[in-house]
Every structure is written in structure tokens, then in C-alpha cells.
Design a protein. Structure first.
Length: 370
């Protein structure tokens, strides 16, 4: 068998007729950037998240960056976030001229360790970006309490958490703004780059619409120094086909995670917790001899991933922040041990079975209870 970490072609083939029709409709329409498809998607995605406004932009990185900018964050400010994320989280802060300030993660959920945030708050701190990593929502109630006490904005990095539940709410409405990415590997994805901000703040939504389009509301009248960061009509039309399936896909991801947890419970791996606050963008296990296991699985035709091998504070790009090894031991340990197994909704039962069997074989575990 050959099992990729992600089988995007299989998803496309399943919905090909509808997707092709939507693409054809946009190509024939003559409107390729923003326009009706984008407006309708914005409305539908805001409603899906339980939020009031959605602003489509060019990427998840821009969704974070423009949110910070529109909230007035810039040079001299500090923004607290996690060092265990895709680097875009920190880049978005750097782009505004502000400084990312890292806080270690929780070893079980891989999201920011909320108990360690307060000690990093200074007079310069303006915002917190909790990352709902792997589809797991950060511990938002205590985080919101800290933000309230210190008067900080919360921008959710929800790029891996489309539809992720948190108590009676959903990722996207748990802070002042939430950034989503729709790039191909995400739980809700288009066929290229795309992103969006969800917010309940009308003024913020309005500012974001200016920032994404050269600072103009009316063509050739520019109110502020804006950017060119729009969602394409083609991508919006594709997202509108996929959005109605998102809950069903997330449910399948949870089933797949559950399948692994049940059948690997006796393996010498640390399995993720199956709480009701994850949509399993990744299914991540901890393996002490990680690289050997990854190589073995590769030989068996099973592609795995490492999200991410180097914490952001140790990336050469961020040398100037002068962090060093040992600063965030939980994140650094995770980076050495984590391994992502295929968990996408398009996985077939026989593929899941095959993966479980190869892992059990590796650890010389009996097959009887599989
Ligand atoms: C994908 C991702 C981003 C960036 O999104 P792009 O659309 O690639 O710019 C930011 N943060 C996290 C956690 C992501 O997974």
C-alpha cells in the first residue's frame, strides 16, 4: 500500500462534478477577485462559525497580519504566542513591526500553557495569539480572563481549527478576531492560497475590508495605506461547495483518531487525548525513537509528517530575538518526539487498518485485538 499523509486528489474526485461546475461558472462570470462568490462565502462562513462578519483575504498569514494591523498593533508592541506552531503565526507579528513573545506549551494539548502567560505580560503587551494547533482549541476561558485583566486583544490562530468546538462555541468567535487559512492541507481548503478573518466587531471588519484592498472603499479613493490581499472568486466558489461537508469531514477525522487510539492503546506511544474540542487537523503521537519509526513507516508505504521539527524561537530567521535551546523545554521536547499519522477524512478503512497493523508489527504487539 501507498498511503500519503494527505490525499487531496481523492477528495477532488469525490466532488469533482460540483467543483468543476462552480469553477466554470466563475470563469464565465467575468468577475475574478472578490465579488458575489466571495460575499456569499463570507456570509456562509461567518454563519458557520457563529460569528457576525467574515472578511476573505489572500492567506492565513495575511488574516493574522491584517487583524493585528487593524487592531493598531505595530512597532514597540509585544504579542504573546506559542513557539510550537507554523512560523506564519510569528511572522504575522513581525510584519507589523511588533515583537513576538513566546510562552511554552502544554505537553498534552500542544496549545499555549495559559498558566505561563501572565509572567510574560509587560507594559508593551497588546495581544495574545493562541494557536488552536492540530485542530485542538486552546484553553480559552482562563486565557480570556488574563486578556481581560491586562486589557489585551485575542486573535485566534484558527488556521488548523475550522469548525473546532469549544464548550457551546466554536473557533472563530472566542476572541476579538480569528484567522483562518484555506490552503490545500487545511480542514477546509481551496486549490491555492486563501484565508479569512471572522469577527463580531463591525468596525474591525470594516477596517479589514479597507486593508485588504489598497486602503480603499471606493475605487481610486484611498483612506489608509492598505495592501493587496483578496480572496479570489474561484477559491470562494470552491470553498462554498466544500463548506457544507466540513462537519461530516471533521467527524470522520475524529472517528479516525478514535480508531488509532483504540487499536494502539498498548503501544509504547503517547497518543493524543480525544476530547470534544478537536477537529484533528493532525493526529499526532509522541515517539521516543521518532526518526527510526518514521523511516520504518516510510518503507511500509506510509507517509507521516513532523509538525514541526524546529520550534519558532530556535529558527535561524528569529536569531535576533536571542532565545536559546532550553528556553521552552516542553515545546523543544515535543519537536523531537512528535509524529503525525494520516488522519484525513478520505482515508479508507483498509488503509487505517494497514497503518495500525504495521505499527503493531514494529512493536511486536499481537494482532488479536486489532
Ligand atoms: C497554515 C497556517 C498558517 C498560515 O496560513 P497560510 O494560508 O499558509 O498563510 C498560520 N498558522 C497556522 C497554525 C497554520 O497552520
Amino acid at each position: 500500500m501507498n498511503i500519503p499523509l494527505l490525499n487531496l486528489q481523492r477528495q477532488y474526485r469525490r466532488y469533482q462534478e460540483e467543483i468543476d461546475a462552480a469553477v466554470g461558472r466563475v470563469l464565465a462570470s467575468g468577475r475574478y477577485i472578490l465579488g458575489t462568490e466571495v460575499e456569499l462565502f463570507e456570509r456562509e462562513f461567518a454563519a458557520y462559525c457563529g460569528g457576525q462578519y467574515c472578511v476573505g483575504v489572500a492567506s492565513g498569514t495575511d488574516a493574522l497580519f491584517l487583524s493585528l494591523l487593524a487592531l493598531g498593533i505595530g512597532v514597540g508592541d509585544e504579542v504573546i504566542t506559542s513557539p510550537h506552531s507554523f512560523i506564519a503565526t510569528a511572522l504575522s507579528i513581525t510584519f507589523t513591526g511588533a515583537t513576538p513573545v513566546f510562552v511554552d506549551i502544554d505537553p498534552v494539548t500542544y496549545t499555549i500553557d495559559v498558566a505561563k502567560i501572565a509572567e510574560r505580560v509587560t507594559a508593551k503587551t497588546k495581544a495574545i495569539i493562541p494557536v488552536h494547533l492540530y485542530g485542538q482549541v486552546a484553553d480559552m476561558d482562563p486565557l480570556r480572563e488574563i486578556a481581560r485583566q491586562h486589557n489585551l486583544f485575542i486573535i485566534e490562530d484558527a488556521c488548523q481549527a475550522h469548525g473546532a468546538p469549544y464548550k457551546s462555541e466554536r473557533a472563530g468567535t472566542l476572541g476579538h478576531a480569528a484567522a483562518f487559512s484555506f490552503n490545500p492541507p487545511k480542514n477546509l481548503s481551496c486549490y491555492g492560497d486563501g484565508g479569512a478573518i471572522v469577527t463580531n466587531d463591525e468596525y474591525l471588519a470594516k477596517q479589514l475590508r479597507l486593508y485588504r484592498e489598497y486602503g480603499s472603499e471606493q475605487k481610486y479613493h484611498h483612506r489608509l495605506i492598505g495592501y493587496n490581499s483578496r480572496l479570489d472568486a474561484l477559491q470562494a466558489a470552491i470553498l462554498r461547495i466544500k463548506l457544507p461537508h466540513l462537519d461530516e469531514w471533521n467527524k470522520q477525522r475524529n472517528h479516525n483518531a478514535q480508531f488509532y487510539n483504540e487499536r494502539l492503546h498498548d503501544a509504547p506511544l503517547t497518543l493524543p487525548i480525544i476530547a470534544d474540542a478537536s477537529v484533528f487537523h493532525q493526529y499526532v503521537v509522541r515517539v521516543p525513537q521518532r526518526d527510526a519509526v518514521q523511516t520504518y513507516l516510510q518503507q511500509q508505504g506510509i507517509e507521516t509528517g513532523i509538525h514541526y521539527p524546529i520550534p519558532i524561537h530556535l529558527q535561524p530567521a528569529y536569531q535576533n530575538l536571542r532565545y536559546q535551546g532550553g528556553d521552552f523545554p516542553v515545546a523543544e521536547c515535543a519537536a523531537r518526539e512528535i509524529l503525525s499519522l494520516p488522519v484525513g477524512p478520505e482515508l479508507q478503512p483498509e488503509e487505517l487498518e494497514y497503518i495500525v497493523r504495521r505499527i503493531r508489527e514494529y512493536y511486536h504487539l499481537p494482532f488479536a485485538n486489532v
